[in-house]
Design a binder for this molecule. Structure first.
Ligand code: SAM
Length: 212
């Protein structure tokens, strides 16, 4: 059980289409790749964790809601070579493809809504999500959509496959409860802590779930 978040524009496709249209313009004009959600530090922490775990560089990896694709580009530079980026915004996929092409990174990108029926992306060893479950949680009908997301995540991952999920809207405990029907917590990736009113809390949560 959890309280739903209040829906807002970040939960709409229109918002992301406009966002990436703007980012595409900036990329064409100035070579600016756009927003790195939650900052470079989180990207480094995810990569450090994957290296610590000795994840096979040929593992099939999906970044769901990949945006500009920069997480996959960083992973490509670390030696991961079997990766797909998916996003429901056509503009995001166009931007990601252009950046990857320019940087000579051989990464597949495709348009896909993580909530769609008959999901056609499957058999992944690892799925990465940095901010996409957050966006789904801010949509209208969020509860239904969150459940759909979890069902599709189960379909996309191989048995014992891992979901590495980074969120700024949910705590580790809330995520464990929401995913418990088919995912077990393997580890949480340490994220920077901040102190507010004498209480220590995390701004961003990064968890690794294993598909049961
Ligand atoms: C906060 S942004 C994060 C982008 C990228 N992961 C990053 O870390 O820079 C959320 C992303 O999720 C995508 N998204 C939201 N809902 C989606 C859905 N139902 N299916 C696929 N992508 C979705 C948005 O288009 C956007 O690119």
């Amino acid at each position: 059980m959890c309280d739903e978040l209040e829906h807002c524009e970040l939960g709409t496709k229109e918002y992301w289409d406009n966002q990436y249209k703007e980012e595409m313009k900036n990329y064409n004009n100035r070579g600016d790749v756009g927003e790195i959600w939650f900052g470079e530090d989180i990207v480094d922490r995810i990569i450090r964790w994957m290296n610590k775990e000795n994840i096979n560089k040929l593992n099939r990896i999906l970044d769901i809601g990949c945006g500009n694709g920069m997480l996959l580009i960083e992973l490509y530079n670390e030696g991961f070579k079997n990766m797909v980026g998916a996003d429901y915004s056509e503009n995001a996929i166009m931007l990601a493809r252009n950046i990857a092409l320019k940087l000579q990174c051989d990464i597949e990108f495709e348009v896909c809504n993580v909530l769609q029926e008959n999901i056609n992306l499957y058999n992944f060893d690892i799925v990465l999500d940095k901010g996409t479950y957050d966006a789904v949680s801010l949509s209208i009908d969020a509860k239904e959509n969150r459940n759909k997301y979890i069902q599709n995540m189960q379909k996309m991952l191989k048995p014992s496959g891992m979901l590495i999920l980074t969120s700024c809207n949910w705590t580790k405990e809330e995520l464990i409860t929401q995913f418990e029907s088919c995912f077990k917590l393997k580890e949480s990736i340490p994220t920077p802590e901040f102190k507010f009113g004498g209480k220590v809390g995390n701004v961003v949560t990064s968890v690794v779930f294993v598909r049961e």
